[in-house]
Design a protein around this ligand. Structure first.
Ligand code: AMP
Length: 261
């Protein structure tokens, strides 16, 4: 039977009134439509969960996520959505070639943000994953990490701390420099914004080389915080960022990935 906690393990399966809107004929990439009005009956919910791979006995669930398996043998876990979910989410992210400079495939999440279901499901999925991790604070990296991070903090019932580019924060700051392909950059946060022993979830829209997130993690460690996990909507795994964060001891979680760059 579909008990509540089973349902919540499959965050792309919707609950309550929203599940009544799941529409198999929908042209929406996430399978959502407006033409199935009204709340679903419990039988419909069981069927929808089974169809969506949420049934406990289905050996090959369409919507399943990878279990928390070790990736490298270290005490680090990597977790991401697989199968049906990833192309659906990918299709909501626009690619702009040669932005901001030639050769870069810019993964534009504004098209995901403007899609109500894509936005809600991205936030819900990341929040659901971290609900039982005793997170004290969400730290978001400027600027797109603020968008996802604030919503995730709200859902987790915790506060949000912005990690910003130099000179932006009004109060006293601490910061960390990091190298870019050409030159260097720096991120800063307010002194006292994160304190020793706090359990932090780090959030950004995308991980590429991992330089930005690594600097954020090292800064958080410097003040004695515990970075429970780093969460991203998009990963570009071929650029090595995931391994880079593993090396500084942060498990990584991402929702979808683009390879070959
Ligand atoms: P990195 O430090 O190399 O992991 O870069 C991560 C930061 O740069 C994130 O804040 C992203 O928003 C941004 N970024 C890097 N590469 C891309 C890309 N191909 N498309 C969109 N944003 C990117």
């Amino acid at each position: 039977m579909a008990r509540g906690h089973e349902v919540t393990h499959y965050p792309w399966v919707l609950l309550g009134r929203q599940i009544g809107r799941l529409n198999p004929d929908s042209r929406h990439p996430l399978g959502i439509g407006q033409s199935c009005p009204g709340p679903a009956s419990s039988l419909q919910i069981v069927r929808l969960i089974a169809d969506a791979g949420g049934g406990g006995s289905d050996p090959s669930p369409r919507y399943s996520r990878t279990p928390d398996t070790p990736r490298t043998g270290r005490l680090v876990r990597v977790h991401r959505l697989t199968g049906f979910d990833m192309p659906a989410l990918q299709s909501l992210i626009r690619t702009i070639p040669d932005h901001p400079k030639p050769g870069i495939q810019f993964r534009d999440i504004t098209t995901l943000l403007r899609d109500p279901e894509g936005l809600r499901r991205s936030i819900d999925d990341i929040s659901d994953r971290h609900r039982d991790q005793d997170i004290d604070l969400v730290v978001g990296i400027e600027a797109r990490g603020f968008i996802f991070g604030t919503a995730i903090a709200y859902k987790l019932g915790v506060g949000f701390v912005p990690m910003r580019k130099p000179g932006k924060l009004p109060g006293e700051t601490i910061g960390r420099d990091f190298d870019l392909e050409y030159g260097s950059d720096r991120i800063e946060m307010h002194v006292g914004a994160v304190t020793a022993g706090q359990r932090v979830l780090l959030v950004d829209d995308l991980i590429a080389t991992g330089g930005t997130a690594e600097a954020a993690i090292l800064l958080l460690k410097e003040v004695g915080a515990k970075v429970v996990e780093s969460a991203f909507v998009v990963a570009l795994p071929d650029l090595g960022g995931i391994e880079r964060l593993e090396k500084v001891g942060s498990p990584v979680h991402w929702l979808c990935e683009f390879s070959g760059e």
